[in-house]
Design a protein around this ligand. Structure first.
Ligand code: DGL
Length: 263
């Protein structure tokens, strides 16, 4: 392994770019390769076996592209497959999980909401974390069915998105939650609409910054941090139509390339 090798990042689609942004902000000199498995999105309603198979496929491609560390920028893939990935490959893996702990610790109403996919909410890893931190707290879990499909279609702010969110968030509003945990890497793109719907008193929490910090600390521990101040190379590959991916990325970074790739 050497420091110049890229960090590999994958998600079921464009959502993991929200994690890529945090990583790029904290580690601007790192070379990165992002895989958007939009062809197979959404992962959220697939079986654990299917999610593991897709995660293995994405990992194999990132290793073929010579990545030194892999960020599983998908809560659904992390909670269902990261154990298998860590047991199967030598490369370090960083995962993302819903930030239940900070929300539960900070909640004064003792009521929090978690918006995530069915795959995440039904996973063993999620159940274990939830059990640990939410004993004296009301947790309103809602499956975000339909959200990823709209985001993949570039509809983060459409009337249809707003109606769907109003419907999905109803039980959380009724329970008077004071923290909303975004348990899917696609959902940070919904923050502007969520802010229109939720009372100001509700804090929205996601895990992107924590993932970036963890990536930095694992790279540092393995002496793999790229500290050269040369421009980084940032490659974004989609295995479907890359237009939405390109529009998200073009507003964020100068030195990048978006392309299609078969994987
Ligand atoms: N971005 C995803 C997550 O964090 C996947 C959502 C999906 O494909 O259903 O869970």
């Amino acid at each position: 392994m050497n420091k110049m090798q890229p960090i590999g990042i994958f998600d079921s689609g464009v959502g993991g770019t929200s994690i890529w942004k945090e990583i790029h902000e904290l580690l601007p000199y790192e070379n990165t390769i992002y895989l958007s498995d939009s062809k197979n999105a959404p992962y959220g309603l697939k079986t654990q076996e299917e999610i593991i198979a897709l995660s293995v496929k994405n990992t194999e491609k990132l290793l073929e592209l010579d990545c030194k560390l892999i960020v599983v920028a998908c809560n659904t893939a992390t909670t269902n497959a990261i154990k298998v990935l860590r047991n199967s490959y030598k490369v370090p893996f960083i995962g993302i999980e819903p930030a239940i702990k900070p929300a539960a610790l900070k909640s004064t109403n003792k009521a929090i909401g978690i918006l995530a996919t069915r795959g995440t909410l039904s996973s063993e890893l999620f159940a274990q974390t939830s059990e640990l931190y939410t004993k004296d707290i009301q947790v309103v879990e809602v499956e975000g069915n339909g959200l990823v499909e709209l985001i993949e279609a570039g509809e983060t702010n459409s009337p249809e998105m707003k109606d769907l969110l109003l419907y999905l968030l109803q039980p959380m509003l009724e329970a008077r939650i004071d923290h909303l945990v975004l348990g899917c890497s696609h959902y940070p793109y919904l923050i502007p609409v969520l802010r229109e719907i939720l009372p100001n008193s509700v804090q929205i929490i996601d895990s992107g910054e924590a993932v970036a910090k963890q990536t930095k600390s694992i790279l540092a521990a393995q002496d793999l941090l790229n500290e050269t101040s040369a421009n980084s190379s940032n490659l974004f590959y989609s295995n479907a139509n890359p237009l939405v991916l390109a529009s998200i990325i073009s507003s964020e970074v100068h030195n990048y390339k978006v392309d299609t790739l078969d994987f």
